[in-house]
Ligand binder design. Structure first.
Ligand SMILES: [Zn+2]
Length: 662
């Protein structure tokens, strides 16, 4: 049931299969302007500095060929580096930005690595890292990756080289799915319930882990396909890297709730002979997040607040904007607290940095990177510049520009500067000509008409394409496609322009976005059967409050026109009560109340989840007595009929409802 997928899809937990694999077949070679742009960039960057490669290989113990992790039930692999073998060449392909090529090579290094005494990492087996700490008699696992398959394989790799110890503790650094989704691959919930295994997370973890991705979830899922290049074939003219790691793993996503939360800003605990200092950094890279310091081993785990890239203040898949000023402060506080006492800085993505002096230097540069973006964007907007103008003109100081870890492989200076504008001023640039412009299709039709018609525009754009003016050509062809979605020449030329921009992009996210756009202009929206690989874990983590909020988001206001109904909900497991009211085409709920209602429902949340996941039906639940309905049952049926189903594969580079079929 598609609407359930929207609910439980999260931002990546969707396993799709491409009906056609011809997607990359029409790619074109890089144009002279692209070759020149890539060569120019290559000449400005310190490629002779090979320190990162040394760091990424230090402590290597072993791996498995291609880091291959079979998929469940003999399906295609949950993970494999095999399609990225092309990255072994030290000469970057001419269709890949040379700086991204370097980052993609670093992210292709995989295996089990010793970080320090009793601290290990499995890297290159998923988007994120799994950190494993050897307690006196148990293992402490920090961040069990994104899928059960990759997490199980990562732990197996560790165990192939180290003495067996059971996992006694799992720690989630934050609530992004690449850091918890594989938890059932490393522990059994029965052991958690029996008190044999503890799960530790920062305060607010459960509330925020799923909340970020529910209400706008369907749009985020679709947009994340652009950011990550989910259906883009890997290759020198295809997907090469996300910037943060190679790709998203496939497989089974799960979630086991924490048994213990870190609530104090700084909290010390000893776990099986290992001393931990947890430091909360809420509202930095994630709403709930924490850093971890291990004083015995002088190891600092910066979670995802320091990686070897400029991270996102705004993520292209769509999310609320993050606070660069706060992020910078947290890094500086951690530097003061631990910098001089740290021999190895690790994170839950990328490779470690060793030596206190280098650690402190990295921390200062990352601190200043986010501070710079925040403050300089604010300075320029106070001078009256618009978001686009700020993004166009802002340049990092040379000391950061030439620092590999500050380069934009995941976030970019351009879209992060716009994020600051968005955070403080929002979408409106205060120019009233932009206050209420025509929407894309109407505006495009008038624009193309004023420009002398599609044919004239395309002819001019072909000249500009030859001159390498891809940004303008992509924009002009977007206008033609919005006005005339079946204009083949415009779609092809628009695709060609986006493709060249993809070949030039330094950020993995931008490259994927451009190349997916090109693919969809050429071929239309991929025919994908979107099936959810999530189990009920994610849904279980959705609070009743959020459940009703999402139900309200699905209300079709036109169908609800003039309707009024009141439904009481009684949850037998949590003893929570709600009144759900529909009037004025708005579905509201209030907790702790019961009203003189049309209908009263008595059920457990587990039953509601089972109905949502289609494991049972309302009538089945009533027959078995799991759900009781009193009053007018027809009102419930009436409400259900007003709830929308979201299309997971909506058009992005062409007008809605005008998808060109292949
Ligand atoms: Zn992550």
């Amino acid at each position: 049931m598609r609407r359930d997928h929207a609910l439980i899809a999260m931002f990546v937990a969707v396993a799709g299969t491409l009906a056609s694999t011809a997607a990359g077949a029409q790619s074109k070679p890089p144009e002279p302007a692209t070759l020149q742009a890539n060569a120019e960039l290559a000449s400005t960057l310190p490629f002779s500095d090979r320190q990162d490669f040394e760091d990424a290989q230090r402590g290597f113990i072993g791996t498995v060929p291609d880091a291959l992790v079979p998929g469940a039930g003999g399906k295609r692999p949950a993970w494999t580096m095999q399609p990225y073998a092309f990255l072994k060449s030290d000469t970057p392909a001419d269709s890949v930005n040379p700086s991204l090529w370097r980052q993609a090579q670093l992210n292709a290094i995989h295996g089990l690595f010793q970080v320090s005494e009793r601290v290990y990492q499995v890297r290159g087996f998923d988007l994120a890292n799994m950190t494993i700490i050897e307690g006196d008699s148990t293992l402490i696992v920090i961040d069990p990756l994104l899928s059960g398959e990759t997490a199980r394989a990562a732990l197996a790799l560790y165990r192939a080289h180290r003495p067996y110890k059971p996992v006694g503790t799992v720690i989630y650094t934050h609530g992004h799915v690449d850091h918890y989704g594989g938890v059932r691959g490393v522990i059994d919930e029965a052991d958690v319930n029996a008190g044999k295994v503890q799960v530790i997370a920062p305060a607010g973890f459960m509330e925020t882990a799923v909340a970020e991705n529910i209400l706008a979830g369907n749009a985020m899922s679709r947009r994340s396909q652009y950011q990550f290049g989910t259906y883009l074939p890997p290759g020198a003219r295809g997907q090469v890297d996300t910037g943060l790691g190679k790709a998203l793993a496939r497989g089974t996503v799960s979630l086991i709730a924490p048994t213990s939360s870190v609530v104090k800003p700084v909290e010390q605990r000893t776990i099986d002979g290992v001393q931990f200092e947890f430091r909360l950094v809420p509202g930095s890279e994630a709403p709930a997040e924490m850093l971890i310091y291990l004083p015995q081993f002088r190891v600092l785990d910066m979670a995802e607040d320091i990686t070897h890239t400029m991270h996102n203040l705004y993520t292209l898949r769509g999310a609320e904007v993050r606070d660069g000023n706060l992020w910078s402060k947290y890094i500086d506080e951690a530097r003061v607290a631990y910098g001089e006492r740290t021999d190895v800085l690790i994170a839950q993505h990328h490779w470690p940095t060793t030596g206190s002096a280098r650690v402190v230097s990295l921390m200062k540069k990352q601190r200043d990177l986010y501070k710079f973006i925040n403050d300089q964007s604010l300075r320029l907007l106070n001078h009256g510049y618009s978001a686009n103008e700020i993004a166009e003109t802002l340049r990092l100081p040379a000391s950061l520009e030439n620092e590999w870890s500050a380069r934009g492989y995941y976030g970019t200076l351009s879209h992060n500067a716009k994020a600051v504008y968005q955070k403080y001023l929002g979408w409106y640039d205060a120019n009233p000509a932009n206050l209420n412009p025509l929407p894309a299709v109407q505006s495009a039709k008038k624009t193309i008409e004023y420009m002398g018609g599609a044919e004239a525009v395309i002819a001019r754009a072909r000249e500009d394409f030859r001159k390498g003016e891809y940004r303008w050509v992509a924009s002009a062809m977007n206008n033609v496609v919005q006005a005339e979605p079946s204009n083949r020449a415009a779609r092809e030329l628009g695709a060609d322009a986006l493709e060249q921009m993809g070949y030039q992009a330094e950020a993995g996210t931008w490259r994927s976005a451009y190349l997916v756009g090109a693919m969809e202009l050429r071929n239309g929206v991929p025919k994908i059967s979107v099936g959810s690989s999530a189990n009920g874990d994610t849904l279980k983590a959705v609070s009743n409050d959020l459940f009703f909020d999402f139900m309200a988001v699905r209300l079709d206001a036109a169908k609800a026109e003039g309707k009024h109904l009141v439904i009481n909900w009684n949850f037998t497991d949590s003893n929570e009560q709600f009144v759900l009211t529909l009037e004025n085409s708005a579905l509201t709920h209030i907790a702790g109340q019961q009203a003189d209602a049309d209908t009263t429902l008595t059920l457990s949340r587990a039953v509601l989840d089972a109905v949502t996941l289609k494991q049972t039906s309302i009538s089945q639940a009533m027959l078995t007595g799991q759900m009781k309905i009193t009053g007018n049952r027809a009102k419930l049926v009436e409400l259900m009929a007003m709830l929308d189903t979201f299309e997971p594969m909506f058009p992005v580079v062409e007008p809605l409802g005008r998808t060109e079929s292949r």
